[in-house]
Design a binder for this molecule. Structure first.
Ligand code: CA
Length: 74
């Protein structure tokens, strides 16, 4: 269960980092973002689901971490 928790936290940090970097790189003009939605256009074609599902993905990860944490502690 501890390994599961580590994997989930790793994923949450990784995804959070990707979302942060998408916003950061587009705001600073480092990545091309012609439609101005703060998602690099190069990523948008292949990974639009990852960005449109941001809320639900992070929610599910949070819930999974909560449950796993409860199992590890309890
Ligand atoms: Ca864009």
């Amino acid at each position: 269960m501890q390994n599961m928790l580590i994997v989930l936290i790793f994923l949450a940090v990784l995804f959070g980092g990707v979302y942060w970097y998408a916003g950061y790189s587009t705001r600073t003009g480092f990545a091309k973002d012609e439609n101005q939605n703060f998602i690099p256009d190069a990523w948008e074609e292949k990974f639009s689901w990852f960005f449109s599902g941001k809320g639900i993905i992070m929610l599910l990860l949070g819930v999974a971490i909560g449950f796993t944490l409860a199992k590890v502690i309890g």
